[in-house]
Design a protein around this ligand. Structure first.
Ligand SMILES: NC(=O)c1ccc[n+]([C@@H]2O[C@H](COP(=O)([O-])OP(=O)(O)OC[C@H]3O[C@@H](n4cnc5c(N)ncnc54)[C@H](OP(=O)(O)O)[C@@H]3O)[C@@H](O)[C@H]2O)c1
Length: 281
């Protein structure tokens, strides 16, 4: 199979990211799979190489989103290939795990938002020079739980809730605010960007939630990872460039919460994130 385009996806060893990577490879994308463990990513890489019949169809990039130094090294490792980048999928996410990142940010906010913010920023020039290109960020309907908006005073401390769920909601709110501001920054660049809710999908995403809460997070009718990857794939492959900056659910643009539509918060998050990552640019 001819590989005509390059994509970098985070968290593709399992769940929604795994299916997204495999389906993108069928569309002629060379895949860079960024994650915490080569060992856990090897099976997906083997599957992609078998599908495409090419050994160079899948590459592993080490990435710990909770450490900005690791994010910088990951971006640099991709840039060192000298290849174009046509698609960045900010897919990885942790939920219900409490703590803080290497640089002292609340863990979910630091990994799900700030890690992806820095990764995107470091790859932005490459995306622009490879245009038409896309950035797809997997957010969540859970952003609605953060109805009070971004808790600015709590972002640079360890998680304060018992479950980690409120912090997860804030991180997903940040994904949507980031996507909106990114679209403004990228206007007329040939790079479009999309945020999305994948549905409620039976993956490992809640593995870190305290055991007593786990039954509440599992119910019948959850989507399979194959079904859960459909909106990501729609944003990666077919959503029109004119819909850049929008938030998708079930493969179509939908409205966000009021907190996620707050333009002032989107600006403030962008400016603050820029300050927080400036030592890694
Ligand atoms: N499943 C749902 O119902 C649902 C609903 C709404 C939104 N989402 C979003 O969908 C995206 C994909 O999640 P999923 O459901 O497919 O979950 P998943 O199966 O748990 O996959 C999450 C991926 O993120 C990676 N990851 C976690 N923390 C990381 C870190 N610090 N650094 C680098 N990679 C990290 C994981 O790597 P390891 O294997 O190394 O842990 C894994 O590859 C997430 O952004 C999630 O928030 C999921």
């Amino acid at each position: 199979m001819e590989l005509t385009r390059n994509a970098l996806i985070t968290g593709a060893n399992t769940g929604i990211g795994r299916v997204t990577a495999i389906e993108l490879s069928k569309q002629g994308y060379r895949l860079f799979l960024a994650g915490r463990s080569l060992q856990r990513t090897q099976a997906v890489m083997d599957e992609i190489c078998a599908i495409t019949g090419r050994q160079d169809a899948a590459h592993f990039l080490p990435l710990h989103l909770d450490d900005l130094a690791s994010v910088k090294a990951c971006a640099q490792q991709f840039l060192d290939t000298g290849l174009d980048l046509h698609l960045l999928v900010n897919n990885a996410g942790l939920a219900g795990k409490r703590g803080s990142t290497q640089q002292g940010f609340e863990l979910a906010f630091g990994a799900n938002h700030l890690g992806h913010f820095l990764l995107t920023l470091l790859l932005l020039d490459k995306l622009k020079s490879s245009a038409p290109a896309r950035v797809v960020t997997v957010a969540s309907r859970a952003h609605r739980m953060a109805f009070k908006g971004v808790p600015w005073g709590k972002l640079q401390q360890s998680s304060s809730s018992l479950s980690g769920v409120p912090e997860y909601a804030v991180s997903k709110l940040a994904n949507i605010l980031f996507n909106r501001q990114l679209a403004a920054v990228l206007s007329a660049s040939g790079v479009s960007c999309y945020a999305l809710h994948p549905g409620v999908v039976a993956t490992e995403v809640w593995r870190e939630v305290p055991r007593f809460l786990q039954p509440l997070l599992r119910w019948r009718g959850m989507l399979t990872p194959e079904q859960g990857a459909q909106t990501s794939l729609h944003c990666c492959l077919t959503a029109p460039a004119s819909e850049s900056g929008l938030y998708y659910d079930k493969c179509r643009p939908v409205s966000t919460s009021a907190a996620a539509s707050n333009q002032e918060a989107a600006h403030r998050l962008w400016d603050s994130s820029m300050q927080w990552v400036k030592d890694f640019l």
